[in-house]
Design a protein around this ligand. Structure first.
Ligand code: ASP
Ligand code: MG
Length: 451
């Protein structure tokens, strides 16, 4: 077969029939696109997450179910209400209502995942029908057959080797004659129970499938034409970056640029698969190519911002000259599946920020009473919330003289905390008060990335 591309479309790209038609046009403009990975239609996962929490009143539940139905009905109507799709969607909606009621009585993580997974199951059914109506040989594929994960419901870890073997066995043979339409975000454990990869996980799904199938390119279609130098809603002068390396893009995704789910690039890096990021609303606008190496490697490439950071300061006199204090802290956090982000230390305290990106599908905070109690048992813990993390992304940043002066000069009027610099040559980051965050990003962009 010639070149093969996996294309992933996000929630806004499949929000309604009109948006879906644009996706169909993108998929079919080249013969290479053989696998299409979809998110749930915009808003659907949020509605399902609310239902899955099991805390809505009966009246609120009804409103949520009505909204879900109307999103599906609008697309179905555009498609001419065909059978048996109409019945399939109705039965999924009925199942959602049943599960929502069950969640209100006794919610558990497995049920939550089964419920939130329904959004992708519906959007892919609808899109397959649309493609078939347009005369393309599209086939619906239940990704749970091949997207094997562990059983950590809400944020499951994919089993790379199993996914490879299953994809080669069950999906690869279909690509010769079909365009395969499948779900992002969802998977299944070895017992066949539905799992999810965490909010925004569809990008990650697409990359995992691209890796497993060994394809040539991965396209991530979203609602912005590529990766920008910073969030254009914050800075008017922000501009799309035509080409960026895997390392820089991974730092950006991790440190708050919303375009890509932070884990997306790992599979692409492992297999060296170039990733294109573009807008399904405006494919002609071009986009960003993420690759192993790029022609230019500027000192400053972008500024990323991540809000709502949790800063924990742990203080203990026992830390003085002690061995193993940090090990104890990390053991507790690891036991609860909490990943540490930034870390700085002083004589008797250590400050850490917790990574909330890609948090559980349920949206629950990573920090809970149990963790805090366990930490409090051997040190004093202070928790602060009103902080934002600003990250400058670039190249050779820790190897060039004067980077610190340039950066901190630009933000000299702000209280900067927890500076992390040097662990990677691609990133310098720090915390600022939430209320200063936008201004700090604007100043950095103007000084270091303005044209
Ligand atoms: N539908 C899921 C979410 O909204 C996954 C995704 O869109 O990537 O989080
Ligand atoms: Mg998305």
């Amino acid at each position: 077969m010639s070149k093969v591309t996996v294309a992933k479309f996000g929630g806004t790209s499949v929000a309604d029939a009109e948006a879906m038609r644009r996706c169909a046009a993108i998929v079919t403009q080249t013969a290479n696109t053989r696998v299409v990975v979809l998110s749930a239609s915009s808003g659907v996962t949020n509605l399902l997450v609310d239902l899955a929490r099991g805390t809505l009143s009966a009246a609120e539940q009804e409103i949520h179910l009505k909204k879900l139905k109307s999103i599906q009905d609008n697309i179905l109507t555009e498609l001419g209400n065909p059978s048996p799709l109409r019945e399939t969607i109705d039965s999924i909606l009925k199942e959602i209502a049943d599960m929502a009621r069950q969640a209100n009585q006794n919610s558990d993580a497995a049920l939550e995942d089964r419920l939130v997974a329904q959004g992708e199951l519906m959007s892919t059914r609808l899109f397959t029908e649309m493609m078939n109506q347009l005369g393309h040989k599209a086939v619906w594929f239940d990704v749970r057959k091949i997207m094997r994960t562990d059983s950590r419901f809400g944020r499951a870890t994919p089993a790379i080797e199993a996914i490879h073997n299953l994809a080669q066995q069950d999906m690869a043979p279909l690509l010769k004659d079909h365009i395969v339409i499948t779900q992002g975000f969802i998977g299944a454990n070895a017992d066949g129970q539905t799992t999810t990869l965490g909010r925004g996980g569809s990008d990650f799904s697409a990359a995992l499938l691209a890796e497993a199938l060994g394809v040539d390119e991965l396209e991530i279609w979203t609602d912005v034409p590529g990766i920008y130098t910073t969030d254009p809603r914050l800075v008017k002068e922000a501009h799309p970056i035509p080409e960026i390396t895997f390392s820089e893009a991974a730092e950006m995704a991790t440190f708050g640029a919303k375009v890509l789910h932070p884990a997306t690039l790992q599979p692409a890096v492992r297999k060296g698969i170039p990733v294109f990021v573009g807008s399904s609303k405006d494919p002609a606008a071009g986009g960003t190519w993420v690759r192993e190496s790029t022609e230019s490697s500027p000192l400053f490439r972008a500024v990323a911002l991540r809000r709502n950071q949790i800063l924990l300061t742990l203080h203990s006199p026992n830390m003085l000259h002690a061995c193993g204090f940090l090990a104890q802290v990390f053991t507790i956090l690891a036991k609860h599946g909490i990943s540490v982000d930034l870390i700085t230390t002083s004589e008797v305290s250590v400050a850490i920020t917790l990574d909330q990106t890609g948090s559980q599908s349920s949206g629950r905070s990573v920090l809970n009473e149990t963790v805090l109690a366990e930490l409090n048992a051997f040190c004093k813990v202070k928790v602060e919330n009103d902080l934002a993390l600003v990250a400058l992304i670039g190249n050779r940043m820790s190897e060039v003289n004067g980077v610190g002066t340039q950066v901190f000069d630009a933000v000299s009027e702000h209280n900067v905390r927890m500076i992390c610099y040097g662990a990677s040559t691609h990133n310098l980051c720090f915390l600022v008060p939430e209320s200063d965050a936008s201004l700090v990003v604007q100043k950095l962009h103007q000084r270091l990335l303005g044209h």
